[in-house]
Design a protein around this ligand. Structure first.
Ligand SMILES: C[S@@+](CC[C@H](N)C(=O)[O-])C[C@H]1O[C@@H](n2cnc3c(N)ncnc32)[C@H](O)[C@@H]1O
Length: 266
């Protein structure tokens, strides 16, 4: 169960305007930054977040046999929902992994995924849809997300969408610190996708206060991934209790960052 214990009223939201570049990439007016990389977008999301959080192994380890009557859930937390591309990439990855012969033939069912995320400057479903049109590979996932988002008016605080039988979206509308300080989850977040804009212009998303809130919703075994390796972010994550490991970055980026709570991952 996930709920938000916030004094903030549930009020309707005004969607944020974005610019689209000549290549059709959405760009934030507020932060003068792109929502995803201009060299790959979805591939970068899969490399950095899905690969960085070892989700192939971790989802398989949490899988159940079809004969089991229990329910298994994997909780992914994110900072910065934006266009929802990370979620679409994860939905597509989950589907491909489930279809792999070794799993489907042996009657193994991957866990359901709850995707808990936050957004202070929400985009309209129309803008999201336009942003996704660059990625025909996730057309089905995009339609499912847009249909869910269009079915229910977004309000400040926690919004829940059952996207399909495998995915639930818990989208908090508000500032990262206000939302992650008032959300309650009955089990720790398994993996965090840290995806703010450039830390230089978007300090709130990477502050030590924010990182400590994420650590408070984590436990031994929780892991994290992010594209940034900048010094300040590393210092804040370490101060919040994460042990960090650099890995090979995507495309032109030499490095990216992964990490976990505690001093060893067991
Ligand atoms: C790099 S974008 C995220 C991209 C996104 N994950 C995607 O798949 O499209 C960073 C996001 O963080 C949001 N954001 C920035 N500052 C925030 C804050 N203080 N609280 C909550 N969200 C914030 C931005 O509006 C933006 O959507």
């Amino acid at each position: 169960m996930i709920y938000i214990n916030s004094a903030l009223p549930h009020v309707g939201v005004n969607f944020t305007e974005v610019d689209f570049t000549e290549n059709g990439e959405p760009r934030s007016q507020e932060f003068d930054d792109v929502y995803f990389s201009d060299c790959g977008g979805m591939e970068e999301s899969e490399h950095v977040f899905i690969g960085g959080c070892d989700l192939r192994e971790r989802l398989r380890n949490r899988a159940l046999s079809v004969r089991s009557s229990s329910f298994s859930d994997y909780l992914v937390g994110e900072t910065g929902f934006g266009t929802g591309l990370n979620l679409l990439t994860l939905m597509n990855f989950h589907k491909r992994l489930q279809e792999e012969e070794s799993l489907s033939d042996s009657g193994i069912i991957l866990p359901h995924v709850t995707f808990l995320t936050v957004e202070k400057y929400p985009l309209s479903p129309e803008v999201m849809k336009k942003s996704h049109s660059r990625f025909p590979y996730v057309e089905k996932e995009s339609s499912e997300l847009i249909e869910a988002l269009s079915s229910q008016k977004l309000h400040t605080g926690l919004n829940t969408y059952e996207i399909n039988p495998e995915f639930t979206l818990k989208l908090m509308i508000g500032d990262i610190t206000a939302c992650y300080s008032s959300v309650y989850t009955d089990h720790p977040v398994d993996s965090w996708f840290l995806d703010g804009f450039n830390p230089k212009s978007n300090c709130d998303m990477w502050s030590v206060q924010s990182m400590k809130l994420l650590a408070g919703l984590s436990s031994a075994g929780t892991n994290i991934a992010t594209f940034t390796v900048c010094r300040e972010v590393r210092d804040n994550l370490r101060e919040a209790g994460f042990t960090l490991v650099k890995r090979k970055g995507f495309g032109r980026k030499r490095e990216m960052l992964t990490g976990f709570i505690g001093s060893s991952l067991n």
